[in-house]
Design a protein around this ligand. Structure first.
Ligand code: GUN
Ligand code: ZN
Length: 439
């Protein structure tokens, strides 16, 4: 029998065993094991221990560093790295002015391949090891993403963007061709290794009712498929959907009527939902991806997380780059804190980090694979500096309570704190130390 590959990482291990209560600073859901060894065999987590494992283990000593499950970004756009930080517009103008022209370039297979590789390596360099991703309408953009994720062993959920109206030439499909492309991509990539297909409706305004019906039929035919889209992000968008779909009760209802609202659906934003929508979301088992940096940057509005809790639907956190301004999950969580603060609520580091790890995994039905250090999960693991630079270091030194330390880390850190990222136990990002040339 082959001897297992054994890797042990030493550091301060932090993950969640369940959902932390809202505003609960001292939560039983938090599992903090300072100065422990995380044991990984053949890419899977097998346990933890306080004592140093024996020489049958390859040991990496990160004493004094923070070790977290890799982040899961539940809503991010690969081609939009090219438009991140674009000035001066709200959603609908932003799409037409910046985003659609950038996405047109992904018709070229070379652009799509280069873009996918750069994007996934950027995710890893920000501590994000799994993602639910929008490529473009072009089949090659999906192939490029799946292939690059496969090469990196990453958990990736994506699918061809469906849009057959209200988009420029070069960025529209039609129902029949789109259906053929989806079926071919599902056959080749869905449920292969760590890849899964998401029926990807850009948003209701860019699909005809016929295309939405086709998308719904794909979901009904195979309950293992994911669905991703945008919903109720911006007030002008909501008004436009009401004009385009006069018989639907609400924006969310456009999707529900076609069978697109189900357990494996990820809907980005959900800022302007009404009470009935929230009930419907909870009953469906779908999750909402809260995208705070995007919501602030595009001036979209303030997502009400406590109301989502009260209604009982799952919320995960996401960057929504390039509407969002950073792939760094910490930066997005800090923006999430500010969004909640503007509405008079307080977001704990626990609820925020749980949203970027275990909650996202649960919402995707993947908590046996990702999102925690539970034994049996794949070892998607990131090692972080607790503090970098004099300000963060001084703050870290004086922090006494665990929540205080972790909240200061979430507030003051970013991708520069990342030491290394492992995917299924393999190092996929290792920070280069700066070598000062000797003369
Ligand atoms: N709604 C439809 N498309 C998009 C997009 O690319 N980004 C965001 N933030 N919202 C959208
Ligand atoms: Zn988006």
């Amino acid at each position: 029998m082959k001897t297992p590959q054994r890797l042990a990482l030493r550091g301060d291990l932090l993950d969640f065993t369940s959902t932390p209560g809202w505003a609960e600073l001292d939560s039983p859901a938090v599992r903090f094991r300072p100065d422990h060894w995380l044991l990984i065999e053949d890419g899977r987590i097998t346990g933890t221990q306080a004592s140093e494992p024996d020489a049958s283990w390859q040991r990496e000593d990160h004493q004094g560093k923070l070790i977290l499950p890799g982040f899961i970004d539940t809503h991010v756009h690969c081609p939009q790295l090219d438009v991140i930080g674009s000035y001066g517009t709200e959603l609908l103008d932003w799409l037409n002015t910046y985003t659609f022209p950038a996405e047109c370039r992904y018709a070229d297979p070379a652009v799509a391949k280069r873009g996918a590789v750069r994007f996934l390596d950027a995710l890893l360099a920000h501590g994000t090891t799994s993602a639910v991703v929008f490529p473009t309408v072009h089949k090659v953009s999906v192939e490029a993403l799946f292939e690059a994720a496969g090469e990196r062993g990453m958990r990736l959920i994506t699918g061809k963007v469906l849009m057959d109206r209200h988009a420029p030439d070069g960025l529209r499909d039609d129902v029949l061709q789109a259906e053929r492309d989806c079926i071919d991509l599902i056959d080749r990539f869905h449920a292969k290794e760590r890849l899964a297909y998401a029926v990807t409706v850009r948003f209701a305004p860019t699909s005809t009712p016929e295309q939405l019906a086709m998308a719904g039929a794909l979901c009904r035919a195979d309950a293992s498929l994911y669905m991703q889209t945008h919903v109720a992000e911006n007030r002008s968008e909501v008004a436009w959907v009401a004009e385009l779909f006069p018989t639907a009760r609400s924006y969310l209802d456009v999707y529900a009527l076609e069978g697109l609202l189900h357990e494996r659906a990820v809907l980005a934003h959900g800022i302007w939902l009404d009470e009935e929508d929230k009930r419907q979301l909870a009953a469906s088992g779908a999750q909402v991806a809260f995208c705070p940096s995007s919501n602030l940057f595009l001036g979209s509005g303030l997502f009400d997380w406590p109301a989502a809790r009260a209604a009982g639907f799952q919320v995960s956190t996401a960057s929504d780059v390039g509407g969002g301004t950073s792939l760094s999950m910490q930066r997005n969580l800090l923006d999430g804190y500010k969004v909640q603060a503007l509405a008079g609520h307080r977001l704990t580091a626990w609820v925020a980090l749980h949203g970027a790890t275990r909650a996202a995994a649960e919402g995707l039905g993947l908590s046996r694979e990702i999102g925690s250090f539970d034994a049996g999960t794949l070892a998607d693991v990131c090692v972080w500096d607790w503090a970098r630079g004099p300000v963060a270091e001084a703050r870290h030194e004086v922090a006494r309570e665990l929540h205080e330390k972790v909240f200061a880390w979430m507030t003051l850190s970013d991708e520069r704190n990342l030491v290394s990222a492992f995917v299924a136990g393999q190092p996929r990002y290792v920070r280069q130390s700066i070598v000062v040339p000797q003369h």
